[in-house]
Design a protein around this ligand. Structure first.
Ligand code: M6R
Length: 616
């Protein structure tokens, strides 16, 4: 939710912090702040409500003294609205200590009372300030920042990443985490902390994972990790697979536009090294080898767009591997006492690898005997670490809050999983597997065609629809999750009412919403497939047209049957039925973005949202 950065080294602390915050602003953007220990040994802070730009403008107009030790934060408000006072850092020990926090401290009320009883004074409405005051008073007693942090975090309940520094210990930043992300960037004579690797990838690609309930102390020449009991820990090291330029706009007007243009590449990269001689090779699944042939059920969990990718996975895995698949929203799954066994494979889908709802659901599944596989896009994140195995998507960093390229990469990974299971279980023969893999391998070129062909016309449509109050999306079979995804994009980006429906459900209620002028996007299956639902979808179009709907059809090139019934047809290349949705989704991604732009909205940072939802 929030973005966190810490720095110790010879460089400009302010420069390092602001650079790290810019690259993490997508994590939270309702306020921002930094603290540095300046060259005179004084703790200096600056924090402002609003996007990072407000803080940058403030620092431009009125600079603050620089130093070589600092922490910085972009906030997504939980306790206390966005205001200067509630922005981080928060101070302790009479203004000599600064602390930033990502997450929620659930027992903060009880701790706050304790601090108040001891004479503490609060200046914000946040839960975070209590941690600053507690670490500050313990530091006064012990003079050891790491130990003061350790003694406080063992008392906290909830989810947190905390970074703290004290002016009496320049060159030291201490971090701690529970159920919230924290990674270390290891530099040459300098070290970094971040919510994710974007915080420091411009300076180093050597990284360390900080595990659950661990504390890290960075100095310019050392990184020490202990657990909450104080025992030393050897952290897992990894190399960041992408460089800083991948997380830059690179001349694009928005991250979202750039990321939509990268959808073909996201699929291609997710396939690289995983197909050999017409067969799927997934060595990453080795830790699950002994159970994969024996599983009797797959449960896919995720939230938002990731859950819709999971729905596509259900169609594919059931068709190919003949194993039952349920798809559930992580937060519903976790709290409804689901039936799980060692023969259940729970597949989590998450771009960030930090979504708290999904993380908790994964932990729950493991605790209740299921085996877990993460499909994830972010190295060093928590969900893969908490799972038995991980299949990384290689979409590259996704910065825009609305998920686009991650969706097609997630679907690709799920399809690979489905074919891999089919291969192991013998439900498809070699030729059938090879044929499906060839379809997958054709997708990047076809996606390129869609991005090129659809963009201009969709932009025109979106500008024409700038005043639209409501848009509906219809699809059947694999077109249904695409309808849901199209509606979600429109809600989160353009702030207008949008709903996705299974077209077969129309007559069971939603058709009452159709009135003259209602815009309805319809995902039309290919007429070439003999088992296709094309005629039924065309009937659905006629039903809504008869009631005055304006229909925009997403249909295959050459599908003439749909033309008389649609006001507009957006064309996609032919693909076998299970693969069509990965093409059909692109025009809807473009539409959401263009309609938001037509309304003058910020497509990368929609209101009230953050990229990574690290609170339940
Ligand atoms: O990082 P995750 O994939 O776990 O995120 C899940 C959802 O929060 C995410 O897909 C969200 O729905 C997007 N903003 C949709 O565009």
């Amino acid at each position: 939710m929030c973005g966190i950065v810490g720095y110790v080294g010879p460089g400009s602390a302010i420069g390092m912090l602001l650079g790290g915050l810019k690259r993490q602003e997508y994590r939270g953007y309702d306020s921002a702040g930094i603290a540095v220990i300046d060259d005179a040994g004084e703790l200096e802070t600056r924090k402002r409500a609003g996007k990072l730009g407000v803080l940058l403008g403030d620092l431009d107009g009125d600079s603050m003294p620089d130093g070589h030790t600092g922490i910085g934060h972009t906030r997504w408000a939980t306790h206390g609205g966005p205001s200067d006072a509630n922005a981080h850092p928060h101070l302790g020990d009479g203004g000599r200590l600064a602390l930033i926090h990502n997450g929620i401290i659930e027992n903060f009320a009880e701790l706050k009372q304790e601090v108040l009883d001891a004479g503490g004074v609060f200046t914000s409405e946040t839960d975070s300030e209590v941690a600053a005051l507690l670490v500050g008073s313990l530091y006064r007693e012990t003079g050891n920042l790491t130990d003061a942090m350790r003694r406080v975090v063992t008392r906290l309940e909830g989810a947190f990443t905390l970074l703290v520094m004290h002016q009496d210990e320049p060159g030291v930043v201490v971090g701690a985490r529970r159920n919230s992300p924290l990674v270390v960037g290891v530099g040459d004579g300098e070290n970094f902390l971040g919510s994710d690797v974007a915080a420091f990838v411009e300076h180093t690609r050597h990284a360390l994972e900080i595990g659950q309930d661990q504390i890290v102390t960075i100095r310019p020449g050392s990184v020490e990790v202990i657990d909450f009991s104080g025992a030393p820990v050897t952290p897992h090291a990894f190399e960041v697979a992408w460089d800083a330029s991948a997380a830059e706009k690179g001349g694009w007007p928005s991250f979202m536009k750039k990321e939509i243009s990268e959808e073909p590449e996201a699929v291609a990269k997710t396939l690289i090294g995983r197909i050999h001689d017409g067969a799927v090779t997934l060595p990453e699944l080795e830790p699950l080898a002994e159970v994969l042939d024996d599983i009797d059920r797959v449960v896919v969990i995720g939230c938002g767009t990731a859950a819709y990718a999971g729905m596509l996975g259900k169609y594919a895995i059931e068709t190919w591997a003949r194993v039952p698949v349920d798809v559930e929203l992580s937060h519903e799954f976790r709290y409804r006492d689901p039936v799980l066994s060692p023969r259940t494979l729970v597949v989590s889908v998450s771009q960030s690898g930090e979504t708290m709802d999904t993380l908790m659901a994964v932990k729950y599944a493991r605790e209740h005997g299921a085996r877990t596989l993460a499909i994830c896009n972010t190295q060093g994140s928590t969900i893969p670490r908490e799972s038995d195995a991980v299949l990384y998507t290689h979409a590259g960093p996704e910065v825009a809050v609305a998920s686009t390229k991650a969706f097609v990469a997630q679907a690709t990974a799920l399809y690979l999983l489905g074919l891999y299971l089919a291969q192991r279980r013998g439900t498809l023969d070699g030729a059938q597997i090879a044929a499906q893999l060839a379809e997958l391998q054709d997708l990047p070129d076809k996606l390129d065609q869609v991005v090129d062909a659809a963009s201009a016309r969709i932009a025109e449509l979106a500008h024409w629809m700038g005043d639209t109050q409501s848009v509906l999306f219809l699809g059947r079979h694999v077109g249904y999750p695409i309808a849901l995804e199209g509606a979600l994009k429109l809600k989160e980006l353009a702030y207008i009412h949008a709903e996705g429906f299974a077209a077969g459900e129309l007559k069971h209620g939603p058709i009452a919403l159709i009135e003259p002028g209602q815009i309805v996007f319809v995902i039309v299956p290919s007429p070439r497939d003999p088992s296709s639902l094309h005629p039924k979808v065309v009937s659905n179009i006629q039903e809504i047209r008869a009631r005055g709907a304006r229909v925009i059809a997403i249909a295959e090139i050459g599908d003439v049957a749909v033309v008389p019934y649609a006001d507009e047809v957006i064309r996609i290349p032919f693909a076998a039925p299970l693969f069509e949705p990965l093409l059909a989704v692109v025009p809807l991604h473009i539409f959401g973005m263009e309609l938001a732009m037509a309304k003058g909205l910020d497509v990368d940072q929609p209101r009230n949202l953050a990229k990574s939802v690290t609170v339940e």
